[in-house]
Structure formats: structure tokens, C-alpha cells
Design a protein around this ligand. Structure first.
Ligand code: ZN
Length: 275
């Protein structure tokens, strides 16, 4: 089928009280592994292209990979930009055929975040593409970009932001972090509830790798509709490669790596679908 927009799949999640996974993709094999399981589980998926992948390969080939995967898929697939760096990159992704772009202005002053987010929304919505914005910078390191500020979103800022920025999804800092957690994350569930009560768009949880299952279930029950998973997929892929590297057969390596990724994808989909 054709690529779906982020809004389309998150509306489905809202109706069903579930969350849709945003899986980072870095090559051909990871999306192949993701779509195999997504079809088996009959679950829409968001294939996310992040800043690391763009730095490595530009916007040349991965969008074609996602388009091809979607064309042959029986479930909706979204092509999404993760942590978009600015207006210009959002425009480049619109031209490359993305159906969803994130603009992350959370580490900029609030007024600047509002202004750029509004510009991205105006451009993207003009061509039917969804937009995710972010408030309360999410800590940890992702793709070499480090945020070490406190990451609990300011609810007054959420209220002001959503009154002037018509985004389709909003990532909020609620004690979550990118990468691997040191100890159990301290998730502020009250902020999810508060954001939802003030009419925020579909809420997004970044740093989904390593948050305990009961916390994920609770976050979804309170209104989280998209959960990003990157680190766990990469570690699974590299584990599979490492186990088979001595054999010297690249196809066996990829096959083993894809099996490892599929296990993680299946567990996340079932958890996010509240099964
Ligand atoms: Zn993130």
C-alpha cells in the first residue's frame, strides 16, 4: 500500500487505546525485519530515519527502501524524520517523500521552538505530511547529540505551545532518556495525564529502550500513542552479526541479525498493542 501519514496511524492508536512503534532504521535489513513482524502481527509501523542515518547516507537511499517496503506491505507504513534539525531539513524530507517529519526545537529557546515548529507545520500540512514537535528536551545521547538538561516538560509551555502550533504529535520529556538507562527510569505519569487533559495532540515517548513493561503499559493507558525504539534494535542487530561474524557468510550474518531484530520488534509490538 501507499505510505501512511503519522496522523493516520496515531488516530488508529487513539481509537484502539494502543501505541504505534517508531523504529529507527539504518540499513535495508532492519526495515525488512520490522515489516515481516508488523505484517504477522497486523500492526502499523513508523519507520524512522534519524540524524545518524542521514549523516551517514544523506537522504539518498533509505527513503527508497521505506517506499519499497511500504508498497509491498499489507500494513500501513509511515516514513518519518526523527529529531529534525531545522526548517531546511524538514523541506528536504518533504521533497524526499517523507509522510511525517519531526522538528525538535526543544533545546532552543521556547519562542524559537514555537516559530520554527509553526513554519514546519505550515509547509508540511500544505502537502499532507504530518509533524511531530518536542517540548522538554529528552536527555541522554542519540546519534551523537547529547542533552543533559532536566527533561520534565513545563506544562505551562505545553499549554502555550499547543494553542499556537497545530502539530499532529508532541514528544514530551517525562523522565525518559535516549540510549540505555542507568537504573529504573523515573517516569512522571501525571504529566502525561495533564497534557492529555489540556488537549495536546497525540503524545510521543522517546527513549523506549529499557523502560520496564509495566511503565510502558501505564503510559499507553494514560495516552502515549507513539513510542520510539532505536537502541534495542541496533544492539539486537549487532549481536546477531557478532555471533556469526567468524563464519564469513554475509547472508548468514544478516539472517541471524534480522532474527534478533524480529524478536525485539515482536515483543515491542505486542507490548504496545497491550496484548
Ligand atoms: Zn528521540
Amino acid at each position: 500500500m501507499a505510505l501512511a501519514t503519522l496522523k493516520e496511524v496515531l488516530d488508529i492508536a487513539e481509537q484502539t487505546g494502543t501505541a504505534i512503534p517508531g523504529f529507527n532504521i539504518d540499513n535495508i535489513e532492519i526495515p525488512e525485519a520490522i515489516i515481516t513482524v508488523a505484517e504477522e502481527e497486523n500492526c502499523p509501523v513508523i519507520m524512522t530515519i534519524g540524524q545518524g542515518a542521514i549523516a551517514a547516507g544523506g537522504l539518498k537511499h533509505l527513503p527508497d527502501v521505506v517506499r519499497s517496503v511500504a508498497r509491498h506491505s499489507s500494513v500501513p507504513v509511515v516514513m518519518h524524520l526523527d529529531h529534525g534539525a531545522g526548517y531546511e531539513q524538514a523541506i528536504a524530507c518533504l521533497r524526499a517523500g517523507f509522510t511525517s517529519v519531526m522538528y525538535d526545537g526543544s533545546h532552543h529557546p521556547f519562542a524559537e521552538n514555537v516559530n520554527v515548529s509553526r513554519d514546519v507545520v505550515r509547509a508540511a500540512h500544505a502537502v499532507g505530511v504530518s509533524v511531530e514537535c518536542e517540548l522538554g528536551a529528552i536527555s541522554g545521547v542519540e546519534d551523537g547529540i547529547s542533552h543533559d538538561n532536566t527533561n520534565l516538560v513545563d506544562l505551562n509551555e505545553v499549554s502555550k505551545f499547543i494553542s499556537v502550533v497545530d502539530c499532529d504529535a508532541l514528544a514530551i520529556g517525562i523522565g525518559n532518556a535516549h540510549g540505555i538507562y542507568k537504573g529504573t527510569p523515573d517516569i512522571d505519569f501525571g504529566r502525561i495525564r495533564a497534557c492529555r487533559e489540556m488537549g495536546a495532540p497525540h503524545l510521543v515517548l522517546h527513549g523506549g529502550s529499557g523502560i520496564p513493561e509495566d511503565m510502558i503499559r501505564k503510559a499507553i493507558s494514560l495516552g502515549i500513542r507513539k513510542i520510539n525504539v532505536a537502541t534495542e534494535l541496533r544492539l539486537a542487530f549487532m549481536k546477531g552479526l557478532g555471533e556469526t561474524a567468524s563464519g564469513g557468510d554475509i547472508y548468514k550474518m544478516y539472517d541471524r541479525a534480522k532474527q534478533e531484530v524480529m524478536e525485539v520488534v515482536r515483543a515491542k509490538i505486542r507490548l504496545f498493542q497491550q496484548k
